[in-house]
Structure formats: structure tokens, C-alpha cells
Write a protein that binds this ligand. Structure first.
Ligand code: BGC
Length: 753
């Protein structure tokens, strides 16, 4: 009853604001009659059997009624290697190598809705080849902390950019017949204590920042399933959060599909049953026999179970099960998807700085490639987001191939790499690799440094590869700082002293502290963890075959302490805790009884994370507080200059529209990502200094001019009025700021709305 009322209220608000009340979720109800008939034939045991895991990556159907199991796959950058039924250990298959797509922040750096859609289709297609129904992705939480262990998995610090890409990924994937399971709902912005932390966030910030990407993917994209996060939001675990799951997701957004807890993230039978969870992953200690027992005592009703089963069956019937004799008959990774991975990588690379060193000049005959990140494969590691790729072109391979016979490419490791707790690729107990550091802040190794400097002296150009790796940036922990590890700073200074013709290439998923590297580097490139064809794309950009066109999806602060959660002392919080996921899969914990396990979980510290910076996340903070970043949100240079003609702006009852002419003043084809920000003039409501509201990637031939139009729906200019508990539009003056980056505004105009 409550849900129906909220939904009706939401539709009224939508109608009052002229919003089209089209909700793709409604498509999921077309089979409801058939589903009711199926449920009528099921025993209570069969129904409850659908509410928890069957294997580590599946939940049960009902064979006798022709209802197939639901098969899940991680997500989000490639279909994960097939694991054993009871865990993540490799199943040892040979046809399960998948395409490794560029990671989340790389996809976001393309600012391309078109590529996000294609990316989704690639994921969706490969999922079908592997017999999977649901991809555990996209991962769309806002990048709140520069140190965030999953920054590389997530898209961006901005809700508009993240929402647009989340929507297209969802559409692309589901158009291929694979459901998405959008994650992690919600406010999962830190790995520190992720299994127990209570994120305390005000309602306006929640709506305007943290929920936006989910909202669009669900309403406009029809996302069929949702993964509640490990953490708590405002007091309740996400997997049993009435406000998030029942009031907002189902009530206001009209979600008709099903929710799947994050692995080990279900916490009680009653909480989960009453407050919005459909499937416990993994285990059955809450949504198995205890449900049947609770019905017997009258605490729960069978009708509640029916409702949950119905929501699961809506997706089961919408997604055609892949027949067992068709699944896994060809290699998961297919050339068409590899091409998509290449296209995304090509458009994601961000040229942060360039004092004329790039593109590589024709007179460069010897290149010294320095740094282990040039040979690092980034497909695996990082826990859930690892991919067993069919192949991966490293930067060194890409550069060597592109350089061809006329250019000598020499390589030195330069520094030791930090292997972290997962010691990627190395069997436990094996002798340490001499190129592995014992600690992340181990200083530069004198012998490696000397060898690298000697190569740098003899070369025409030095390409220094720094950054992090997937042990440093990983699910399960946050970085302790954003410093470049293992003596990279000392090394880059020594290289610069040896050869002024130097380019620094950052191979990482999140931002790094560049206070030492930046002055030492005439050119800097952010190359990401860029998928199966990452090295190919990077070489094309470095040699000038294509112009760089990626734009930063997050701010590079000068130093960590400048970023909002640090400046306000909101992170790291006080109570240290553990990673629930790692805990659940520890052999001694797996051997415990459910009761003992729960006792252990209950004994974990109860940390809180206060979001007092409100909506001032990322550039919103830096702009509003006038703190200069190292590189601003939206920043990214090209090999050409773009001229922005005068902007005309018009406001109607539905939207604000701006038009202008964009010219590629250079000598090669290039893409520009035009960005429109708004600033409210004399507003009675509190706003950040400016907010991104629209963007477009435009490809222009050398010398070409094109008219570009951007539109912002008035709905997207509304704010969440906490007292009225609804979206409201504030009339008044709006300053429109059009530019090439958040700190590079080229045209301004004012309209009244
Ligand atoms: C992660 C999820 C992932 C799941 C299954 C969890 O640890 O948080 O993102 O989908 O494991 O691998």
C-alpha cells in the first residue's frame, strides 16, 4: 500500500514537471499472468530455493517446471574466468578466456555514450557465449575518495557523466539479451570497513549525487537487477534497507526486477525478507530454511515469498536461458568485442600535459621505455573485477610493434613493483621475484635506477611508465595515500636529469600525487588499465596516428588532503575494521556454523563515515572552495586546438538549449568533448559553484567547423527539497558555462528559467 502511494506521488511530480512518465521497468511485467500460474504450481520449498545461491555464481530455478537456474558472471570489464561451483578457484576451463575491456574510469574518460553502449553490447554478447544470464555490473558508485580501492572499477566523480554511461552500458548489455545487475546500491564509496561501515549521508546529497547513476539505468535503461552494497546507509545494511530498496527503488523508481545481495552481504532473514532483498548470495543461512521456519511461526507469509519469486521470474522469463549444449562451445572472447575494447581504449587516453614532446617526432630513432608498468598485465587481480583475457597487449608490446624496424626500443624495469597481499600470478610460498618490493614506500633501487638512467642517456626519447597496479588499487582495501609507489618519484627525476625529452605515462585506475612527477615531465599521459588492446591504443596516441581525446572523469588533487573528505576529516574514519568479503571466504570462517559466523560479524567494529561535504564531491568542492587541483575534472589535451564560437542559449518550458560552432583548427582529425556546466545566480538554495549538466563528444576533420547543440532538460536542473520530499525546480537566473574542461570555460551565457 505504502509503495503504491509513493509511486503515485512520484508520477504526479513527474507529470507536474512535464517529465515523460515512461519507465522501462514496466516492460518486465508482460509475463506476470504466466508467472502467477507458474508460482501456483510451485511448492514452498521450490520457491524458497530460488531465494539463495545454488552455487557461488548461480541461484536455482525449478527444473520440473522448465525454469532454468540463473547464472551470474562478474563483471564489469569482462566475463570472469569460470570458477568452481563452491568458490572462486579456477574451474580450469579452456574456452573461458574473455575480452578484457578498459576498466571503469577508462570508459568514463571517453565521455562517450556511444562507446558505453557498445561496451555493454560486448559484455552482453560474451556473457551469452558463456551461458550467463546476469552480469554483475556495471559498477557505478561515485568516486568520492581519490584513494578508493574501486575507483578504477567505478566511472566518475560526477553523477551526470556516470549516469549517462551507466544507462548506455545497461541498454547495450540488455539489448544483447543479458541482464545487468547494477552495483553496488548504494553509497559504496570506500573499501575500508566496507562490510560494516555506516555511510551517513543527507537525503539531498543521496538523491542528487549518489543515486543518480542507478536511477537513470533503472528507469530509462530498464536495469533488471540490482546488487545492494555491503555497507549500511543511514543505519541499515543496504541489503535490508527499507528506504533504499522498497521506498526509492521499488516505490519511486518502479523497479520490477530482483535484488541480489553482494557476496556475503546478507545479514538477517527478517531484515532481508521485509526490506527488499530477493536473493541471498552466497549461502542459504538467511533466505533458506529460516524462511520456511518463519512462515511456520507466522512471522512471514507465503505471499511474501511469492512476491519475491515473481520478481525473480520476471527477469528469468525476460532473459532466454542459453541451452547447455550451446553455452561454452566457442571461446568467450570474440574479435568484434576486442574491436570495441580497442575503440574505447583509443578514446580514453588523457593527455594531461604536453610541452611539444608528443606526438613522437620522426627523428626519434631510439626510445628508452622505463618502468615495470610498461610490461604489466592488468587483466587479473583486484578480486571480482579480474578477467582471464584471451590476450593483452602491454604498452611495451604496443610501442615496439608501432615503432617498427626503423626505431630501436630498449626497456629497463626502473623500479620494483609492489605485489600487495594478492601477489598476482605468483604461487604462495614461491621465492620472491627480485623485481618485487617488500613495501609500497620502499625507496628506489640503486641498481635498477642506474640501469634505467644509462638507457635514458643514450635514447632520443624516454617514455617513463609509472602509476600503480591492481594490488595497490583493489577491491577490499583503499590506498593509504595516492603517492607514486616504490621510488618512482626519485626515478623520474633522475631520468629527467639524464634526458630532457621525457614523457611520463601513468598506468593506474585512479589519481596519483604528481607533485614531483609533474615538474619533471614535459609531457604526461594518463593511460589507465586499458583492456586487451590497451598497448595498441597507447602506441597509436603516442605516435600521433590518432589524437588523444580522453577527458578526466575525476579530479587529480595536488595532494590528498585537498580533497573534500580529507579536508573535512571525514576519511579515514576512526574505527578500523575488516573486509567482510575476505572474512567470509577465510577457511576458518567458512568452517564455522552460521551462528558462529554471525557472532563474528556482530563483533566487528561499527565504523561510521560521515558525508558532511554534502554534494561538494570532486570538482564541486575544488571549484566552490577555490582549491586549485593538479589537473581538473574534464581536463584533457589534444594534438589540435579547438575554437569555440559564440554560444546562443534559449530556455523553454522543457529545456535549456545552447548552440555554438566548434572548429578543429589543427591539421589532423580529432575529437573534442564539449562540456556544459551551470551556475545558479542569486539562488536561495545552496549549490556548488558549478555543475556539469551536458556533454558531447564531437569528431571533426582537420579544419572542419560544425554546429553543436546541447540540451539540458529542466528536470535535470531540479534539486531535492528535503522538507517537501520531492524534486523542485528553482526559477531564476542560470549562468551557462561552456568549455573544454571544468577549468577551461570558453563561452558564457545567461538564461532565465
Ligand atoms: C564484490 C562484487 C562482486 C562479487 C562477486 C564481491 O566481493 O563486491 O562486486 O560482484 O564479489 O564476485
Amino acid at each position: 500500500m505504502k509503495r503504491t502511494l509513493i509511486l503515485a506521488a512520484a508520477l504526479l511530480v513527474a507529470a507536474a514537471c512535464g517529465q515523460k512518465a515512461v519507465n522501462l521497468q514496466d516492460k518486465l511485467t508482460v509475463n506476470d499472468k504466466q508467472i502467477d500460474a507458474l508460482i501456483a504450481q510451485m511448492t514452498l520449498e521450490e520457491k524458497v530455493n530460488m531465494l539463495h545461491s545454488k552455487t557461488n555464481m548461480s541461484s536455482a530455478g525449478v527444473e520440473r517446471l522448465g525454469i532454468a537456474d540463473m547464472n551470474y558472471a562478474d563483471g564489469p570489464f569482462g566475463i570472469r574466468e569460470e570458477g568452481q561451483p563452491n568458490g572462486f578457484m579456477s574451474a580450469g576451463w579452456t574456452l573461458d578466456s574473455a575480452t578484457y575491456f578498459p576498466t571503469g574510469s577508462a570508459l568514463a574518460a571517453t565521455w562517450s555514450e556511444e562507446l558505453a553502449y557498445k561496451y555493454g553490447t560486448g559484455m552482453g554478447k560474451e556473457a551469452r557465449l558463456r551461458g550467463k544470464d546476469v552480469i554483475l555490473g556495471p559498477a557505478v558508485n561515485i568516486q568520492r575518495l581519490p584513494v578508493g580501492g574501486r575507483t578504477y572499477e567505478y566511472l566518475s566523480e560526477d553523477p551526470i557523466l556516470s549516469a549517462a554511461l551507466a544507462l548506455e552500458y545497461t541498454k547495450g548489455c540488455q539489448d544483447e539479451g543479458t541482464a545487468v545487475c547494477i552495483k553496488h546500491f548504494a553509497v559504496n564509496n570506500q573499501e575500508t570497513n566496507r562490510g560494516s561501515v555506516n555511510a551517513i549521508v543527507d537525503e539531498r546529497t543521496l538523491r542528487e549525487i549518489y543515486l543518480k547513476p542507478f536511477e537513470r539505468a533503472i528507469i530509462e535503461g530498464g536495469a533488471m537487477s540490482v546488487m545492494p552494497a555491503y555497507n549500511k546507509v543511514n543505519g541499515d545494511y543496504c541489503s535490508e534497507n527499507e528506504h533504499l530498496l522498497n521506498e526509492i527503488l521499488r516505490g519511486e523508481w518502479g523497479f520490477k526486477g530482483f535484488t541480489v545481495s553482494d557476496w556475503g552481504g546478507t545479514h538477517s532473514t527478517m531484515g532481508a525478507m521485509l526490506h527488499g532483498l530477493n536473493v541471498q548470495m552466497t549461502g542459504s543461512n538467511y533466505l533458506g530454511q529460516p524462511v520456511i521456519d518463519s512462515i511456520a511461526t507466522g512471522a512471514l507469509t507465503e505471499a511474501m515469498v511469492d512476491e519475491k519469486v515473481k520478481e525473480i521470474l520476471r527477469v528469468r522469463l525476460a532473459i532466454e536461458a542459453v541451452p547447455a549444449d550451446v553455452a561454452n562451445t566457442v571461446m568467450t572472447s570474440q574479435p568484434a568485442s576486442q574491436q570495441i575494447a580497442l575503440q574505447v581504449a583509443q578514446k580514453s587516453i588523457v593527455l594531461l600535459k604536453n610541452e611539444g614532446v608528443l606526438p613522437i617526432k620522426a627523428d626519434v630513432k631510439k626510445i628508452a621505455v622505463i618502468g615495470q608498468n610498461a610490461v604489466l598485465k592488468t587483466q587479473s587481480g583486484g578480486m571480482g573485477a579480474g578477467v582471464k583475457a584471451l590476450y593483452e597487449v602491454t604498452p611495451l608490446e604496443g610501442i615496439t610493434k608501432r615503432a617498427g624496424a626503423g626505431v630501436e626500443v630498449v626497456y629497463a624495469p626502473g623500479y620494483k613493483n609492489f605485489p600487495g597481499i594478492f601477489r598476482w600470478g605468483r604461487p604462495a610460498g614461491a621465492a620472491p621475484d627480485p623485481l618485487e618490493a617488500a613495501a609500497i614506500d620502499e625507496p628506489a633501487d640503486p641498481a635498477l635506477l642506474e640501469q634505467a638512467v644509462a638507457l635514458a642517456k643514450e635514447a632520443d626519447l624516454v617514455l617513463f611508465f609509472g602509476g600503480t597496479n591492481k594490488s595497490i588499487e583493489t577491491e577490499g582495501s583503499d590506498r593509504k595515500d595516492i603517492k607514486l609507489p616504490c621510488g618512482q618519484e626519485e626515478l623520474v627525476q633522475a631520468l629527467r636529469a639524464a634526458n630532457a625529452n621525457l614523457v611520463s605515462v601513468l598506468v593506474s585506475g585512479g589519481p596519483t600525487d604528481l607533485q614531483v612527477l609533474e615538474p619533471a615531465s614535459p609531457a604526461i599521459v594518463q593511460a589507465w588499465w586499458n583492456g586487451t588492446e590497451g598497448g595498441t591504443a597507447l602506441a597509436q596516441v603516442l605516435f600521433g596516428d590518432i589524437a588523444p581525446s580522453g577527458k578526466l572523469p575525476f579530479t587529480f588533487p595536488v595532494k590528498l588532503e585537498d580533497s573534500p573528505a580529507y579536508a573535512l576529516g571525514n576519511f579515514p574514519g576512526s574505527n578500523a575494521g575488516g573486509d567482510l568479503f575476505s572474512l567470509m571466504f577465510r577457511p576458518d570462517v567458512m568452517a564455522m556454523s552460521p551462528q558462529e559466523r554471525q557472532k563474528l560479524i556482530d563483533s566487528l567494529p561499527k565504523p561510521e563515515s560521515h558525508y558532511t561535504e554534502g554534494s561538494l564531491v570532486g570538482y564541486r568542492w575544488f571549484d566552490t572552495k577555490a582549491v586549485k587541483p593538479m589537473f581538473a575534472f574534464g581536463h584533457g589535451l589534444s594534438y589540435v586546438n579547438f575554437n569555440y564560437g559564440p554560444m546562443s542559449a534559449k530556455a523553454s518550458k522543457e529545456a535549456v538549449k545552447v548552440s555554438f560552432e566548434l572548429t578543429n583548427a589543427g591539421e589532423m582529425e580529432a575529437d573534442e568533448v564539449v562540456q556544459l556546466y551551470v551556475n545558479r545566480v542569486n539562488s536561495a538554495v545552496e549549490w556548488p559553484a558549478k555543475e556539469l549538466k551536458a556533454f558531447k563528444r564531437v569528431t571533426l576533420k582537420a579544419g572542419e567547423t560544425r554546429k553543436v547543440t546541447l540540451e539540458v532538460s529542466l528536470n535535470d536542473l531540479r534539486y531535492w527539497d528535503v522538507d517537501a520530499a520531492q524534486w523542485k525546480l528553482e526559477n531564476g537566473e542560470l549562468e551557462l558555462l561552456l568549455g573544454s574542461a571544468s577549468d577551461d570555460i570558453r563561452q558564457k551565457a545567461t538564461v532565465n528559467i
